[in-house]
Design a protein. Structure first.
Length: 71
């Protein structure tokens, strides 16, 4: 399963992470960047450490799970 992870900095300088499961592929880097700008500009989310004030990073995480048969 793939996840899009967007990381922001809040007013206290702490990292706040938002994760979206199964992002549309291929990932449009410009759209992710623009969406993160909108989140900050519209003050769409807040955190325990205050408003989000800066973008820190974005990444796609690809996790594979393999079941192991046990007896």
């Amino acid at each position: 399963m793939k996840r899009l992870e967007m990381r922001f900095e809040n007013q206290e300088g702490k990292i706040v992470t938002f994760t979206l499961d199964d992002p549309v592929e291929p990932i449009d880097h410009n759209a992710v960047n623009a969406a993160m700008d909108v989140v900050i500009a519209q003050n769409a989310f807040t955190s325990n450490g205050g408003d989000l004030v800066a973008k820190r990073s974005a990444r796609v995480i690809d996790q594979q799970i393999e079941e192991i048969e046990i007896n």
